[in-house]
Ligand binder design. Structure first.
Ligand code: NAG
Ligand code: NAG
Length: 358
């Protein structure tokens, strides 16, 4: 873990040193133009952390969407004629926005790991480089996943409700018993940076084995380090005490956790989803939890978001629901903004981005 953190820190530190130089090269070359700040950059959200804005404003003329929640109309108006965009928030990045920007648009970076709100095919067709900010949020999301895994397995939500409803019945010997993490099999659906960061943390909880389902096998050294074994989806479902969804949302993963999948899981299994809500068929999840077909779930993502307060999922005792706060730490958000700004500066310089999305 420490090693990984160091790499991330090193990455952020290195680019802080490099980027202004990168940028001055470009801007010297472009100093023929009348303006001292030749590039116009739009920030699409009023709450993008200052770290990224400070980097950009040294070299670019910035405009920013100021409405909150950010208005699509304001975005479409302010994007006209800009050279680049730091895309904060999850407003659809599609042909409509690209058309509104105009043909001079050179690059965009999101401030997120997932890019399911981006029409990637359209961006590629127009040959516009896209950056995003994965990796820096791995640790924060992994911490939250471990929290959800324990909260769901140990029935935090139901237990709190017992207090609220004056049903503190600890005279029972078997009151509110949950699932042990110790000696458990933890199965990962998707096993990239976030999944691996979760597995690393869980090794400190003395788990028995890590299983994972991905398209491609990960490198064998990491497998060995994490005691991880690649299995197919059915085996993952059948053998795991905890199933953690940590994959991107794609046509292949959309709705794959449906009734068929839940029926292959252990009755004592706990499902954790910190990836994207649409990977789970939420109606089927409700049924599986309601009928105790699986033991519990802990989810940071759902469908739709925001989840209406009247949603039936919220009536259940055995689900812990968080409002998509996986990367919501002060430092992580600031790092995401920094990475996105470096992506934009490099894109403007015609160089490969720090974290290209494709
Ligand atoms: C660009 O030109 C301006 C004035 O014309 C100058 O002040 C500035 O230092 C130049 N920038 C670079 C990066 O050379
Ligand atoms: C669940 O999804 C799988 C494949 O993704 C499909 O074969 C199966 O029919 C689905 N089951 C239900 C109940 O929708």
């Amino acid at each position: 873990m420490a090693f990984e953190s160091l790499i991330v820190l090193g990455l952020v530190a290195t680019c802080c040193l490099i980027a202004p130089n990168d940028a001055s090269l470009v801007f010297r070359a472009r100093n023929r133009s009348m303006s001292a700040k030749p590039f116009k950059v739009l920030i699409t959200h009023p709450e993008v952390p200052q770290s990224g804005i400070d980097l950009l404003k040294e070299h670019c003329e910035l405009t920013q969407v100021l409405s909150l929640p950010p208005s699509r109309a304001e975005l479409l108006e302010k994007i006209k004629g800009v050279d680049a965009v730091l895309w904060g928030g999850h407003s659809p990045l599609n042909a409509e926005a690209l058309d509104a920007a105009g043909p001079q648009l050179k690059c965009i970076s999101t401030m997120s790991a997932g890019i399911d709100y981006v029409d990637v095919a359209e961006m590629k067709r127009r040959k516009i480089p896209l950056g995003h900010s994965p990796t820096v949020l791995d640790a924060a999301v992994a911490d939250l996943a471990v929290g959800l895994l324990i909260a769901a397995g140990r029935r935090f939500h139901e237990a709190r409700r017992k207090i609220d409803s004056d049903n503190w019945e600890s005279y029972h010997l078997n009151w509110l018993l949950g699932q042990d993490v110790r000696d458990s099999v933890v199965g990962f659906f998707g096993f990239g940076g976030i999944g691996q960061a979760i597995a690393k943390r869980l090794s400190g909880f003395d788990i028995d084995q890590v299983l994972y389902t991905t398209r491609r096998r990960i490198d064998q050294e990491t497998e060995k380090e994490l005691n991880a074994k690649k299995v197919d989806f059915d085996e993952l479902l059948a053998k795991s005490d905890f199933v953690v969804i940590a994959s991107p949302l794609t046509p292949a993963t959309q709705g794959i956790f449906n009734a068929t999948a839940f029926n292959k899981m252990k009755r004592t299994a706990v499902l954790v989803n910190i990836a994207r809500g649409k990977i789970v068929n939420q109606n089927d999840l409700y049924d599986a939890l309601k009928s105790n077909r699986i033991f519990a779930a802990g989810i940071d993502v759902m469908d739709p978001e925001p989840l209406p307060p009247t949603d039936k999922l919220l009536t259940l005792d055995n689900v812990v629901v968080l409002p998509h706060i996986g990367s919501a730490t002060t430092r992580t958000r600031s790092d995401m903004s920094t990475i996105a700004a470096h992506n934009v500066l490099r894109g403007l310089a015609g160089e490969p981005m720090l974290s290209p999305a494709y």
